[in-house]
Design a protein around this ligand. Structure first.
Ligand code: BTN
Length: 244
């Protein structure tokens, strides 16, 4: 049997309120050990992708972990995708139907957003320190998060009962470490069948946001190098997470 060393969350910091857990780790890299995980009960300046705000009221789960001294953020992209898988696995006890991972790394339940993930990095010399932040709607009210682009949903709404936020965090940390262990052993491809079972809008057309505007694609599969294989205007292409 393989022993999984606990790296992510080996140092666990819990805080009541902060501006953004991603920002805190990125701006104070020296203070935090490799694998440190910082969780806040609420954030008052939570960050989303494309410089959007991530509203973070009490009742949700907001945390970030840091992987220090990486060659580049690109090397960590498979782990960013595996972070989505860790969340999906960890909430299986809620028996949610219609759960899916939407490119590049959001989790949806029947077209409503349950979780967002934001990977950012800071370079120091020839090394990069990578921070992966997760915002999961657990018991927080989501009606005020809804907009036409991203209607939201919470675990409480999906399961019909209040969910223990810190229990969910514990499950996620355990899954993150098992998946990180495989990632470090270059065994990402073993996880592709599971990831592909959760691929959002597989084989059907969707519109996605990219830095250069909206694209209409048909997602086909996640690839060995953590790209999204898809069809765009009838042509097969691979989308790279760095483009998002
Ligand atoms: C997105 O879908 O746009 C990504 C949202 C990521 C939100 C999380 S909450 C914890 C961490 N701290 C932040 O400021 N953002 C991430």
């Amino acid at each position: 049997m393989e022993t999984v060393e606990k790296i992510i969350g080996s140092h666990l910091y819990m805080i009541d309120e902060i501006d953004s857990t991603n920002k805190e780790l990125l701006e104070n890299v020296q203070k935090y050990e490799h694998g440190s995980l910082l969780c806040a009960k609420k954030q008052n300046a939570g960050r989303g992708r494309y410089k959007r705000e991530w509203k973070s009221q009490e009742g949700g789960l907001y945390f970030s972990y840091i992987l220090k001294d990486q060659q580049s953020i690109t090397n960590i992209y498979p782990m960013v995708l595996l972070t989505a898988l860790a969340v999906v696995r960890s909430i299986s006890f809620c028996s949610i139907k219609g759960i899916a991972i939407k490119w590049p790394n959001d989790i949806y339940v029947n077209h409503r957003k349950l979780c967002g993930i934001l990977a950012e990095s800071v370079s120091m010399g020839n090394k990069s320190h990578v921070v992966v932040g997760v915002g999961l709607n657990v018991n927080n009210h989501v009606a005020n998060l809804e907009d036409l682009r991203h209607p939201a949903v919470s675990l409480k709404e999906c399961s019909g009962a209040t969910v223990d936020v810190f229990q969910v965090l514990e499950y996620i940390i355990e899954e993150l470490n098992s998946l990180y262990f495989l990632f470090k052993q270059e065994r990402f491809s073993e996880l592709l069948p599971e990831l592909n079972r959760y691929l959002y809008s597989k084989d059907s057309q969707i519109e996605i946001q990219t830095p250069s505007g909206k694209k209409t694609i048909i997602p086909l599969a996640f690839t060995n190098d953590a790209k999204l294989h898809c069809l765009e205007s009838g042509k097969e292409i691979d989308l790279f997470m760095g483009e998002f």
